[in-house]
Design a protein around this ligand. Structure first.
Ligand code: F6P
Ligand code: MN
Length: 324
């Protein structure tokens, strides 16, 4: 079975990027180990603090963030980091050539129920002019990413990654610690009859979302003419992994509650990396008003509405938005 290194070389990734990715993944393997120890390591449950987004931090959020921060800042490859668990950018090596954004432990409320969680990351070039503590270099559209992916800590530890030459899936072989290629060039089926949304927010959605979901729920007798199934892991990594494996549409749409939060998911380290993976697998990733990867960020923790997955289903959903 092909190793990660060989696939990255075949896809034309430069040596320094390969070394950076391998460093990042060494951190993820450490997280995988901590996560698997669960209650035995005393790592479950919450801390007493909140992150900048007002979410209570889990102990594993803080541990995972520290592991990635330490390994990346000591690597020398990275000029600065932005993380869900850090208020501001973290300056690293002033001569580093890359910027890394990450969600160290996505879906961390699942830790207490031994369910799916993961690390999401994206990598971009660091501009020469940029000072390591300057957040403005992170404010580039997702089209500038050179690599993105996630590590899913599930029954097996899996990596989904792209460097812009297709999306590939790897499985961590815990007997020797390497990620082995288990599915090259993922292709997300264009049609689906499965959707993922937190329906408890229904009353807060815009009318176009209400009618789209209403029509899915109407099934065979409604305008879509077929029955749909619904799934919700409550960890974006878990839901996106399912969509990459068998198709579907995943949505965290615009929500009217707070105009300052036009969606729940964060652009830099949730929406953009997943959009890159999805597009490289033949799917679509849109906010409802445009391609996610073309959104120009205005701040590092910016939130965006997210509609992504099977091409024809995302197009169908966008059809409702265009009519509005
Ligand atoms: O990081 C935010 C997140 O945990 C995502 O992983 C997940 O898709 C979503 O929030 C779950 O939201 P809710 O709590 O509404 O189910
Ligand atoms: Mn998250």
């Amino acid at each position: 079975m092909k190793r990660l290194n060989s696939q990255l070389q075949e896809d034309g990734a430069p040596l320094e990027l390969i070394l950076l990715i391998r460093t990042l993944l060494a951190g993820c393997k450490e997280i995988a180990f901590r996560v698997s120890q669960g209650a035995l390591a005393g790592v479950l449950g919450s801390t007493l603090s909140e992150n900048v987004q007002g979410e209570t931090q889990k102990k594993l959020d803080v541990i995972s963030n520290q592991i990635l921060k330490d390994i990346l800042s000591e690597s020398g490859y990275v000029k600065a980091i932005s993380s869900e668990e850090e208020d501001d950018v973290v300056p690293c090596n002033p001569d580093g050539n890359y910027l890394v954004s990450f969600d160290p432990l996505d879906g961390s409320s699942n830790t207490d129920i031994n369910s799916l969680i993961g690390t999401i990351f994206s990598i971009a070039h660091a501009p020469q002019w940029m000072k390591p503590d300057d957040p403005s270099a992170f404010l580039q559209p997702g089209t500038q990413m050179v690599a993105a992916g996630y590590v899913l800590y599930g029954p097996s530890t899996m990596l989904a990654m792209t460097t812009g030459k297709g999306t590939h899936l790897y499985t961590l072989d815990k007997t020797h610690g390497g990620f082995l290629l288990t599915k090259a060039n993922v292709h997300v089926p264009e049609q689906t009859s499965e959707f993922a949304i937190n329906a408890s927010n229904q009353r807060h959605w815009e009318p176009e979302m209400q009618s789209y979901i209403g029509d899915l729920l109407a099934g065979k007798d409604g305008p879509r003419g077929k029955d749909y199934n619904m799934r919700w892991v409550a960890a974006m990594v878990g839901d996106i992994h399912r969509v990459l494996c068998r198709g579907g549409i995943f949505m965290y749409p615009y929500d009217k509650r707070d105009p300052g939060k036009p969606g729940k998911l964060r652009l830099l380290y949730e929406a953009n990396p997943m959009a890159f993976l999805m597009e490289q697998a033949g799917g679509l990733a849109n906010t409802g008003t445009g391609r996610i990867m073309e959104v120009m960020p205005t701040e590092i923790h910016q939130r965006v509405p997210v509609l992504l997955g099977s091409k024809e289903e995302v197009e169908a959903c966008l059809g409702y938005h265009n009519q509005a």
